[in-house]
Write a protein that binds this ligand. Sequence first.
Ligand code: ZN
Length: 465
Amino acid sequence: MRLSFHGADRGVTGSCHLLEAGGVRVLVDCGLYQGEHELHEENDQPFGFEPAEIDYVLLTHAHLDHCGRLPLLVRRGFRGRILTTAASRELARIVLLDAAHLNEEEAEHQARRGRRRGRRGEPPLYTTLDALNTLDFFHDSAVYGQAIPLDKHVTATFLDAGHILGSAWIRLDVEEKGRRRRLLFSGDLGNRGRPLLHDPAPPPEADYVLMETTYGDHCHKSVPDSVAELFAAINDTFARGGNVLIPTFALERAQELLFYLREGVRTQRLPAAMQVFLDSPMAISATGIFGRYPDCYNRGVAELFRRGEDPFDLPGLRFTRTPEASMAINRVRGGAVIMAGSGMCTGGRIRHHLKHNLWRADCSVVFVGFAAPGTLARRIIDGAHTVNLFGEPVRVNARIHTINGFSAHADREELLAWHAGTGRPRRTFLVHGDPERGMGAMATALEELGFKVECPRQGEEVELE
Ligand code: ZN
């Protein structure tokens, strides 16, 4: 059996791993490389395997860096089956359609620029039609804990990863040459004790483990401390007369924040008159999907749904779908929480809100998620005095808060605990992390515990006994 690495190798985006075992070729995830600009060239490279020869794609969850190259895979000849949970399938639909739309917009924008210089633009990485075609390959939703036979010798089981709605880590049981081997693919593991989802399911003992390392060097603050910090930032900003901007990932984080803000108003720790804008069509659609999967939630939230209450609704909440409604927010000078994508400020409506609020000392920007190196979010967090927005320099006078206790990712201790649950694997492969940060730190920690650890490079292949 052979494992090869085709994305998120010594990096945090583009997850894609190939297992050839029994009689099948199984891809786990097929994600997009992401950065300051969606990295067209990097994503457009050959995969390093033949898409037509892949039998299955097992999708751990619907984040773009795990599913975003699926339309390319289909366009280049994949005709197998994509397996994932029902919730992931619904979320992947909006994520892929949104990505395709952004690709088309970007290509159109480049073409217009090119024409002015007498050059032809490049076609989009993939189109809405490619994304729609991809949806036809999603088959048979996976149910947590139920083994799915991929062929006579290989079964796959999806288990709750507690990362975002529908997320899974995947167990593959392989029988080859009379030997049984178990492999675990962590996908992205969740942070324990979050308000909506279950904690990640504990892993069984395994022979080979492939694990994410996003926060392998970092321990998160507790959730109650983080909530208190968020409420303090909001109340302080309102007292100064400004707005609070929260660059938000559309899946999970936006819904979690709505849940916290609702709790804040309910317990009178936040003003009831506060205006809250969810300025992201994708986050609005995702919030609708969240309401359809009450089983995925922990007991408290499931109970709210059962009582007919909406855990994501609060008095001053407004959903702004159209560009006009979004632009109207620019007139609000204070007393508002504005949540908009993208989470790393690489695109989306948040950039407009930053342009209108970042230079104002009475405003605040609260970062609640991972910010990859090279992104606008990272530059602001690292203390840039001026940033460029729409071709103009904008001073950073607003107060900047970074609250990482809301992270959807397991921290260092949780990763170590999850790995400890796998017993004594023969080999552990670390992916989805920065070698200078999370990945490097996790490799050192696991090696000190006596594990055989590898940080593969893109294109590397390993034979597994
Ligand atoms: Zn993720």
